[in-house]
Write a protein that binds this ligand. Sequence first.
Ligand SMILES: Cc1cc2nc3c(=O)[nH]c(=O)nc-3n(C[C@H](O)[C@H](O)[C@H](O)COP(=O)(O)OP(=O)(O)OC[C@H]3O[C@@H](n4cnc5c(N)ncnc54)[C@H](O)[C@@H]3O)c2cc1C
Ligand SMILES: *[C@@H]1O[C@H](CO)[C@@H](O)[C@H](O)[C@H]1NC(C)=O
Ligand SMILES: *[C@@H]1O[C@H](CO)[C@@H](O)[C@H](O)[C@H]1NC(C)=O
Ligand SMILES: *[C@@H]1O[C@H](CO)[C@@H](O)[C@H](O)[C@H]1NC(C)=O
Ligand SMILES: *[C@@H]1O[C@H](CO)[C@@H](O)[C@H](O)[C@H]1NC(C)=O
Ligand SMILES: *[C@@H]1O[C@H](CO)[C@@H](O)[C@H](O)[C@H]1NC(C)=O
Ligand SMILES: *[C@@H]1O[C@H](CO)[C@@H](O)[C@H](O)[C@H]1NC(C)=O
Ligand SMILES: *[C@@H]1O[C@H](CO)[C@@H](O)[C@H](O)[C@H]1NC(C)=O
Ligand SMILES: *[C@@H]1O[C@H](CO)[C@@H](O)[C@H](O)[C@H]1NC(C)=O
Length: 574
Amino acid sequence: MRTASSASVFGLVFLLGFLFFSSSSSSCEASDSVYDTFIQCLASHSDPSPPASSIVYNQSNSSYTTVLQSYIRNRRFNTSSTPKPLIIVTPLVESHVQAAILCSKNVGMEMKIRSGGHDYDGLSYISDIPFFILDLFNLRAIDVNIGDETAWVQAGATLGELYYRIWEKSKLHGFPAGVGQTVGAGGHISGGGYGTMLRKYGLSIDQLVDAKIVDVNGRILDRKAMGEDLFWAIRGGGGSSFGVILAYKIKLVAVPETVTVFRVQRTLDQNATDLVYKWQLVADKIDNDLFIRVLLQPVTVNKNRTIRASFVSLFLGDAARLLSVMDKDFPALGLKKEDCMEMSWIESVLYWANFDNGTSPDALLNRTSDSVNFLKRKSDYVQTPISKDGLEWMWKKMIEIGKTGLVFNPYGGRMSEIPSSETAFPHRAGNIYKIQYSVNWSEEGEEADKEYMTQIRRLYSYMTPFVSKSPRGSFLNYRDVDIGVTKTWSYDEGKVYGAKYFMNNFDRLVKVKTAWDGAGLFGTHISVSVDVNMEAKPVELIGMTFHQKPPTVDWMDGTFDNALLSPAIPNCSS
Ligand SMILES: Cc1cc2nc3c(=O)[nH]c(=O)nc-3n(C[C@H](O)[C@H](O)[C@H](O)COP(=O)(O)OP(=O)(O)OC[C@H]3O[C@@H](n4cnc5c(N)ncnc54)[C@H](O)[C@@H]3O)c2cc1C
Ligand SMILES: *[C@@H]1O[C@H](CO)[C@@H](O)[C@H](O)[C@H]1NC(C)=O
Ligand SMILES: *[C@@H]1O[C@H](CO)[C@@H](O)[C@H](O)[C@H]1NC(C)=O
Ligand SMILES: *[C@@H]1O[C@H](CO)[C@@H](O)[C@H](O)[C@H]1NC(C)=O
Ligand SMILES: *[C@@H]1O[C@H](CO)[C@@H](O)[C@H](O)[C@H]1NC(C)=O
Ligand SMILES: *[C@@H]1O[C@H](CO)[C@@H](O)[C@H](O)[C@H]1NC(C)=O
Ligand SMILES: *[C@@H]1O[C@H](CO)[C@@H](O)[C@H](O)[C@H]1NC(C)=O
Ligand SMILES: *[C@@H]1O[C@H](CO)[C@@H](O)[C@H](O)[C@H]1NC(C)=O
Ligand SMILES: *[C@@H]1O[C@H](CO)[C@@H](O)[C@H](O)[C@H]1NC(C)=O
């Protein structure tokens, strides 16, 4: 167990930041204004109109804080001690992105790519070395072509906008991506995003037909130009290790005129244990039109602590057929006609996003999140059903721990038909379901952070006997820096978390990374190859860096030194 040390990953980067500045400043002249340098560089690399000066926010700009906070979706990273970018670059056209990549090399700042900002560990907008954010929220056009059943979606578009634009043109088309209208296409799709149509249509990347990416040299490449290796890598390998994804071309999928949803809740004295046990035996084998998620939460009923299991479902068909499927394959749940709500597919999107019945689809265009809390997520895969005794033991632990919940997401169906090597996302056949660990809190301060982070890590540790092993699988989109701690740059240590996210696809990803970004510009800072003693090429696959030495500063302890965030940036452009 590494619960004690795992919080410190962000602190590790200091050393490298230090090495970078001491090793590279000798060849560059110091400049007092990163802003001026960057603006000049941008202007010289991009079209004159719109001007570069209209897309860069520095810390003295009155809109800086608003722009920064607009796409922070986790209060854990919205505090005064959270590392802040020196500047935020908000491209309006593609050439701004190309220029930003070239200029990030020149000014020696780490570049963080942000689309929707939903990264659970804030990796799209924080770093411990001087950095800037390339914020893509302005690049959010969606072009739906019902004739050939495809759409081009820019990275900064939200999933809500995508669902809405499809619905505007056709009531019989949809797209299999995530729940949550404010999630960004940019990170979500490249991370292997999924939603309620996973069993029928697989992941969003399984419907990806083309993409546009800007590479380390500032070139814009489509699928043909990037080739099948890189196109394979961005389907589940995360975008940020390979370049900046500008847009995806997706294949739309068919949805019926009428779909059906239900939510059935049972506590322990209403046979929840038995139902969850039986759910495990059918959830991945039942009709592919049916997706039943189970949310498990410790709750208090009549002053009695218990576990509540919520079975929440989308069925791609009407209620009558759903009832016959349930009668045949999962009668124990006792689903009744009154539990079922028939609706259109777009209404089911709103239902799953927790909007009230009758809410207009316009709500999907709203980019403001409802209530953003402090949160932490982790993930696991389950390959053998957990016994009833096992479940009962889990409930006891969950109640004892306090607040952490679990979400079980069924696999099977289309997921089992696609080979693990088809895309960089590897978790296919053999997985019955995926677990999301989930804890939210609203108390401010380090004490609360520690308390809840410890809770979720304890539960994760207790679950070890029940989940996948060697390696223990994790879902890249449920970013979890706890599994990403490594102390050296060696391939072997990098593999520790790389294998969890990518299993047998890890080696191929390393090759693609080395071929396309061997110097490690993307997803890490550019100094890594200077004087760190590497045994292998830098391998950076999830937006995190690999580190040479154990941490000297533990960021979660609040000892982060803000002075390190605004050093003079060497100007290497000449
Ligand atoms: C409320 C909420 C609901 C969620 N629901 C689901 C769900 O239903 N299904 C699911 O699969 N996941 C879900 N997630 C997880 C989500 O898919 C991931 O956090 C995803 O990475 C978010 O993408 P983003 O663009 O919003 O995030 P960002 O934080 O902007 O980016 C995430 C990562 O991708 C990189 N990145 C972003 N844009 C680009 C780009 N254009 N090019 C290259 N790299 C890029 C970033 O640098 C970062 O490493 C949810 C998350 C939240 C907070
Ligand atoms: C910050 O940006 C403004 C323009 O928005 C510019 O006038 C000012 O000089 C910049 N400040 C620094 C320190 O670069
Ligand atoms: C802040 O930056 C934006 C974007 O570059 C610019 O349009 C705006 O004029 C700046 N505001 C101030 C007060 O400098
Ligand atoms: C971040 O904090 C500011 C106040 O400083 C608040 O207005 C904003 O809503 C917060 N955003 C998030 C995502 O927590
Ligand atoms: C409390 O929960 C336990 C276990 O689920 C149950 O046996 C007991 O009847 C419940 N007591 C009350 C008062 O609800
Ligand atoms: C629990 O299951 C038993 C038999 O398996 C059944 O008799 C009982 O009615 C169920 N209770 C509830 C509340 O569903
Ligand atoms: C939802 O609203 C419709 C009318 O807008 C109504 O007919 C239906 O019963 C409502 N469903 C629920 C579950 O409230
Ligand atoms: C957008 O959502 C936020 C949060 O739920 C809400 O406060 C706001 O009123 C909504 N805006 C519109 C235009 O509906
Ligand atoms: C945490 O909050 C999210 C909404 O932000 C909600 O969907 C989820 O169910 C909550 N999880 C827990 C365990 O409370």
